[in-house]
Design a protein around this ligand. Structure first.
Ligand code: 13P
Length: 255
């Protein structure tokens, strides 16, 4: 059983217009209004942050951005800064999601710059790591994750890593219906915690929340949460339906 307070986060990706996001957020708010032992966060697309922030005001559900740019402001057409996310009501920001790495050229170095910008802007980074199918097949899972971790937190002090959340999302499990087994996920989570312990010490590693992401559903959350080093989930597809996301939130306590 995980020892840290769970965080269940919904990554809405490029789904939902403002009105659709508003409906999803208000339905979710009412479905989880009695939940007190789990932290909940949703990350709508930028265009829906304002309306979702309005709807979630006064609730315990936190708001996150799906990405940011590392500069504080400037002539960077199409980009959004940490300060803009903060002002829109965000407490968290997802950084280095595999879809950003795969389609938008993000590297471990850009992830590192973005994490620094998030921390400066008083946002909690949810740093994503995870291997591709080919990397797992080639037995490179641990070396890939280690490099993503080391380069992602390069130059940061232990006190800064303390504010982090890490999400392990094996690329082959995202949107495929192919969840990592509990043991496969646990062994990478344990490895991540050990790397953070080596870099930042025992107490920071112990408190660090490590989320699993990749085809998380109401039916598999309890099994995942039963593992020692799995502290929550970053949910894609199943977070687009209020009932299933709420069921995952509740299921995270059943472990
Ligand atoms: P799915 O839950 O749709 O597999 O997506 C996982 C994910 O990428 C969350 O960030």
């Amino acid at each position: 059983m995980a020892r840290r307070r769970p965080l269940i986060a919904g990554n809405w990706k490029m789904f939902n217009t403002g009105p659709q996001a508003a409906e999803l957020a208000s339905r979710l708010r009412s479905l989880v209004s009695d939940v007190t032992h789990v932290d909940i966060m949703v990350a709508p697309p930028f265009t829906a942050l304002g309306i979702v922030a309005e709807i979630l005001k006064g609730s315990a559900i936190r708001l996150g951005g799906q990405n940011l740019f590392w500069e504080p402001e400037g002539a960077y057409t199409g980009e959004v800064s940490a300060r803009m996310l903060k002002a829109a009501g965000c407490s968290h920001v997802i950084i280095g999601h595999s879809e950003r790495r795969q389609y938008f050229g993000e590297t471990n170095a850009s992830v590192n710059w973005k994490i620094k910008a998030a921390l400066l802007g008083d946002l909690i980074p949810v740093m994503c790591v995870g291997e591709s199918d080919a990397e797992r097949e080639a037995d490179q899972t641990f070396s890939v994750v280690q490099q993503q971790l080391e380069e992602g937190i390069k130059g940061l002090g232990a006190d800064e890593v303390q504010g982090f959340t890490i999400a392990y999302e094996p690329v082959w499990a995202i949107g495929t219906g192919k969840t990592a087994t509990e043991d496969q996920a646990q062994e990478v989570h344990e490895f991540i915690r050990a790397r953070i312990e080596a870099a930042c010490g025992n107490s920071i590693a112990n408190d660090l929340r490590i989320l699993y992401g990749g085809s998380v559903k109401p039916g598999n959350i309890a099994g995942l949460m039963a593992m020692d080093d799995i502290d929550g989930a970053l949910v894609g597809g199943a977070s687009l339906d209020a009932e299933s996301f709420a069921a995952i939130v509740r299921g995270s306590l059943d472990a």
